[in-house]
Write a protein that binds this ligand. Structure first.
Ligand SMILES: [Mn+2]
Length: 404
């Protein structure tokens, strides 16, 4: 029997999809629509202009984390959603931790409950790139929003400067809570009640626009239907990882959140397990290999675990090719700014953590898995941008050394 909830088991049994000869794996895209299209084209499986599948018996897997870091979450969500709906037996898109938080922000009432350590929609400020809101507000609202976003970026610049001085993260949210500071404690918002009130109102308004847009566009429902694990071509795909103590029963619980009422989904007894699958990092490093083996012992037909979530410059293979770390920082915004949010579209001062510019060329690697062999695939070389690529390669090591 193939229950809808148990997508993992369904895929593993091959009931839903015919034999897959090759898999093209695209790591965490983090709201970079330009590079999202680049990597889909690079697979050779999809003609994006004619919108046809040209990949024969191949499959395309997205590792999750479509949103945040960059300002084009909506565009990446729409691209990946359209691919999964047009080619449902060919394209698989995992849930990532950022997608889970983005969904929670969009569908749960403000302040509904603490989700993963922060109140719902306070996360909107902390995780969502501020310019993301420009994708969800009306054309007539754009000019005023741009000016308010410049103020927000100025305050963020102060937050990043303080983080630099303290040599570590300063948890900053919309409202001051235990162990957290408020964005309104920083210049130019500090001591300016008029500016603070106006920005506070706008942020809440934009959050409501985004939440409404996510629901009305069907993207919220689509996100809720993302599986937390996919079994394909001898590999198990998970965004974060699974600890060695995972049981077979728990593996069968890694299907989508489901199709019920959103509040119900987030009060599911599986939520802790699902959250762990999108955030666990214990499989990386030498000590992780024994955990990899324990998980693989539960899955007789699976020889390899493929993960996103933990970025590096390239795709990494470890544990005798039994573990693949497929997140190679494909988002140019992440490569330029790490975990910081910097102005891309609106006019705002660029200094400190935000002084770099975003590369024109996509960097990092995707992967091709065929006959149990995984081959990293570099970005398409562009002769006119070769120097930009070299520059981008240097940027990541400097910008993200502390976050990695
Ligand atoms: Mn992640």
């Amino acid at each position: 029997m193939c229950l809808k909830l148990l997508l993992l088991a369904c895929v593993g049994l091959g009931e839903r999809i015919p034999k897959v000869e090759e898999v093209f794996i695209i790591g965490d895209l983090h709201a970079d629509i330009h590079c999202a299209k680049h990597w889909v084209r690079r697979s050779g499986y999809v003609d994006l202009d004619a919108w046809t599948w040209t990949g024969g018996a191949s499959a395309l897997v997205f590792m999750g984390d479509y949103v945040d870091r960059g300002p084009f979450s909506r565009q990446v969500l729409e691209l990946v959603r359209n691919l999964t709906t047009s080619f449902p037996e060919k394209v698989f898109a995992l849930m990532g931790n950022h997608d889970l938080y983005f969904l929670a922000d969009a569908v749960l009432p403000q302040g509904a409950r603490d989700l993963m350590g922060a109140p719902v929609q306070d996360f909107s400020y902390a995780f969502i790139h501020p310019e993301e809101y420009l994708n969800w507000i009306l054309p007539g609202e754009q000019a005023e929003a741009s000016s308010k976003l410049s103020t927000l970026f100025a305050a963020l610049g102060e937050v990043y400067a303080q983080q630099r001085r303290k040599r570590g993260p300063v948890p900053v949210m919309l409202k001051e809570e235990f162990g957290q500071m408020s964005i309104f404690d920083f210049a130019p918002l500090r001591h300016n009640a008029t500016l603070s009130n106006a920005l506070n109102q706008s942020l809440h308004f934009w959050q409501r626009r985004l939440a409404r847009g996510m629901r009305d566009s069907g993207l919220a429902r689509w996100l809720a239907e993302r599986p937390f694990a996919v079994e394909l071509a001898g590999a198990l795909f998970v965004h974060g990882g699974l600890p060695g103590k995972t049981t077979r029963e728990q593996l069968d619980m890694l299907g989508p959140l489901g199709d019920g009422d959103f509040s119900e989904l987030f009060s599911s007894g599986r939520l802790d397990l699902l959250h762990e699958a999108v955030t666990y990092r214990g499989l990386h490093g030498a000590a992780g290999c024994s955990e990899v083996d324990k998980v693989l012992d539960l899955l007789p037909d699976i020889e390899m675990i493929v993960l996103g979530h933990t970025p590096g410059e390239e795709v990494r293979r470890s544990c005798g090719n039994r573990l693949v770390s497929a997140d190679s920082a494909l988002s140019r915004y992440y490569r330029a700014y790490g975990n910081h949010y910097c102005p891309v579209q609106v006019a705002a001062e660029r200094k400190g953590a935000c002084r770099r510019t975003v590369a024109k060329q996509c960097a990092g690697q995707a992967s091709r898995l065929r006959g149990g062999q995984l081959t990293p695939v570099p970005s398409e070389p562009n002769p006119y941008e070769a120097s930009a690529k070299r520059k981008a390669g240097r940027l990541i090591s400097e910008a993200n050394a502390e976050e990695l």
